[in-house]
Ligand binder design. Structure first.
Ligand code: SF4
Ligand code: SF4
Length: 209
């Protein structure tokens, strides 16, 4: 696994994403209540699919947290995983469609990183968390939260090509880290963000990940 190289490339991509977001804020001065007034987007994301390179980046953020906060993050991920097992599935086997629905409306579905109502790893949050709230192209469809950019402005905004960044994150994960697919956040937190580096690759080799 070429973790260092993958993270370097990923950080370059994040810098580009952050630049595009800053440019949209500069041009349109939207209301962005995300994170301090509103955290609706974080309430069903324990099973959000993330790529391996996003998970390795998250690992860096989690390592820097105070121990109690870090433990709370791992406990949140365990709660979500336990509930999924009780519902008869294994987190690593969920399809994206199943992952979206399986914990919807349950406390265990809340993102393990949402501590005290705020994101504990804001600087290391996954790509979609950086972009949700901005007009994004998901690959043929432009979506945007109505609380941020006014819907009537959508036609004149140039959306950020989320699908391109997501594909690039998956490519880095595949070519540099050896992951053929993405997994729910709770599973990634308990494996990529938790285990010693040398224990990660065999785990995913074994599961066909
Ligand atoms: S990583 Fe942070 S921003 Fe993303 S869903 Fe979790 S708490 Fe919310
Ligand atoms: S994107 Fe919209 S729903 Fe999500 S946290 Fe921001 S304001 Fe709330």
């Amino acid at each position: 696994m070429r973790v260092k190289e993958a993270l370097e490339r990923y950080r370059e991509m994040l810098a580009e994403i952050d630049r595009r977001c800053a440019e949209l804020r500069r041009r349109y001065n939207p209301r962005m209540p995300c994170g301090y007034e509103c955290n609706l987007c974080c309430l069903n994301t324990a099973t959000l699919f993330i790529s391996a390179v996003e998970a390795f980046h998250l690992r860096e953020g989690i390592e820097r947290l105070p121990r109690e906060v870090r433990n709370a993050v791992f406990e949140g991920a365990r709660r979500a995983s336990r509930r999924i097992l009780e519902l008869g599935k294994h987190p690593k086997d969920l399809t994206r469609e199943e992952a979206v629905e399986i914990l919807r409306g349950r406390g265990e579905g809340i993102c393990p990183l949402l501590i005290g109502g705020v994101c504990a790893c804001y600087d290391h949050r996954p790509i979609i968390c950086r972009l949700w709230g901005y007009p994004i192209d998901t690959g043929g469809r432009v979506v945007c939260c109505e609380k941020t950019f006014p819907p009537e402005k959508l036609d004149e905004l140039e959306p950020i090509p989320y699908h391109r960044y997501w594909e690039e994150a998956q490519r880095l994960s595949r070519e540099l880290l050896g992951f053929d697919r993405s997994y729910p956040m709770c599973y990634m937190i308990l494996t990529v963000c938790y285990l010693p580096l040398k224990a990660i690759k065999p785990l995913f080799d074994k599961t066909g990940g």
